[in-house]
Design a protein around this ligand. Sequence first.
Ligand SMILES: Nc1nc2c(ncn2[C@@H]2O[C@H](COP(=O)(O)OP(=O)(O)OP(=O)(O)O)[C@@H](O)[C@H]2O)c(=O)[nH]1
Ligand SMILES: [Mg+2]
Length: 293
Amino acid sequence: MHKAGFVNIIGNPNVGKSTLMNALVGERLSIITSKAQTTRHRIMGIVNGEDFQVVFSDTPGIIKPAYELQNSMMDFVKSAFEDADVLVYMVEIGEKELKDEAFFNKIIHSKIPVLLLLNKIDKSNQEQLEEQIDLWREKVPNAEIFPISALENFNVSEVFNRILELLPSSPPYYPKDALTDKPERFFVNETIREKILLNYDKEIPYSVEIETEEFKEDEDIIRIKSVIMVERDTQKGIIIGHKGSALKKVGMQAREDLEKFFGKQIYIELFVKVNKDWRSNSFQLRRFGYNQK
Ligand SMILES: Nc1nc2c(ncn2[C@@H]2O[C@H](COP(=O)(O)OP(=O)(O)OP(=O)(O)O)[C@@H](O)[C@H]2O)c(=O)[nH]1
Ligand SMILES: [Mg+2]
């Protein structure tokens, strides 16, 4: 009997959803930073076994949307409720509630199995952990609770085994050698965006979108041309930095990661363009892969 299904990971920003998905899949599919709203898309990570296929979905952290891009991000979260066979609700130590009550109500009234993962227990002690488990048991009585550390890979394989038990019997949804639903250019864009989240402050990372215009793969080298889009002229200057030094750093860091990811030498060229207020422009958002209704 073959088992297969969708296991969708949801929760507040920054709780460690992407860290968990990467740990489960064993690949760095989702970018991770200490800033909230790092993930903007629904990203699938597929784990294949002889008689199973688990399709994990990492999703953006739940927020109250303030602009069009964030509306699209929350649509990805909504879609993750719709096709889940198992819902993974991740919380972190010290957290009290989900940033959206409607989503929370969906979780507690869910007809499908809910696994509540209490993450970052490496930062807590026994007393705090017990108190937190009691709190979540009361708040989400329909969930099975697993204390984990996604970062230190603690209890992650136990979660995976439980997921396998809960999967329905089904033929695979994707080819059995598939790792993700996203194309190569997506991972280029995300790697560059991760370096921007790491190197710039305040509003800058949130005003940036990446578009890879060229991805030419030869036998031992990949040549990449990507555009970093910002919302305003002043942001363009900040991204480039003094004599181009800031942009150069982003390019070098991205190249290093991409060489590991693709296992090939990378040549990368970065350009910066102003795309005025793209975050609030439905047409631009669609172009960047945020499926607008
Ligand atoms: N101490 C500790 N930190 C963790 C753990 N898991 C994740 N983190 C850190 O938490 C931060 C956020 O991790 P992400 O995986 O990007 O979180 P996310 O939920 O995907 O965040 P968004 O995409 O912004 O919603 C990063 O700095 C991680 O290194 C953990 O188990 N323990
Ligand atoms: Mg994330």
